[in-house]
Design a protein around this ligand. Sequence first.
Ligand code: PLP
Length: 381
Amino acid sequence: MIYADHNATSPLRPEARDAMLAAFDIGATNPSSVHTSGRAARAVVERARAQVGGAIGSRAADLIFTGGGTESDALAVQGVVDALEGRCTLIVSAIEHDAVAKSAAHSGAIVQTAYVTPAGTLDLDDLRLRMARWDKETLGTPVLCLMLANNETGIIQPVAEAASIMREAGGLTICDAVQGLGKIPVNVGLLGVDYLSVSAHKVGGPQGVGALWHRAGAPLKAILYGGGQERSLRSGTENVAGIAGFGAAAEAAVRDLPRYAALAKHRDAMESRLKAEGGVVVTGEGSPRLAGTSNFARTGFRAETQVMALDLAGVCVSAGSACSSGKVKRSVVLMAMGASDAVAESAIRTSFGWNSEPADFDGVAEAWLEAARRTVLKEKV
Ligand code: PLP
């Protein structure tokens, strides 16, 4: 089997598995307990906090563990709106993951859409203009929601530039870095954002664990209440083994950044072949992109058909966003970039990661061309 769906979830890294097994072996592990076992669990959680903090250039103290990327996004979005008592407007990029877009829609705050250019990156001129004309009296504090890298296209966003525009205008920036961590360097200080969310399973850690970093002093209110864990910003007994796995995975992912970056040449070779022999169009080709992500379309060859044909050939890929629970719907991201219906309906995403080999790229190209020859290309060859 060739696994080319790392942006959906990345296989568990051996380092993460080892760390999780070691955490399980502590026995009963409630980090809030004052006894020996509890203190051992606390040490595991704090070590992981330092590891994840190190991976994003933050102080461990500013990091809150959550139940995944979705929860981190929800905490950031709702947590800001509640802390500002609704006196804010969320400016949500048109390509955000639903975890951000839907949290914003349900937050009770005013929501505006920030447009992307046909190249798939945030329109900075439009943002500048909006900020220059911002009416704080009616709209409150502007809060930009901009992801670091898009899950479908891999296109990297100008987060540092956008955050600087927001800062100058007295606004805030929430950055969903779920797809950025472990694929490009992430440093909260250099990005200049106020909130940044990450997820363990996208870097080879377990599912159901995430973290939210927030700048010391940035407004944030809890969305879960209870035992007051995680500095009262995320109540609930910590998932000790999961957090341990996240820490180990984050550390390994940062160590492996050069290896990930080297995937670009294999990805580019795969795309060149698919363009030449299969007539595909590649989305975001000229934009800064994650090295292991490729989003391509062959009009007339429906995405679902491609995904099924590849699956039968032992290749795992996604159509559009894999996070929309198996439903294949026309990609909002591609539509926001101005793609035609024909492209949006036939786009698939391949995403490679920490355990991908050069042969996997050839395998995907072979399997895709074989499937295309049986369907769309048959009249051509
Ligand atoms: N944000 C982005 C950009 C994602 O790609 C995903 C998952 O695909 C999420 C958030 C949600 O993360 P999780 O699956 O950990 O809830």
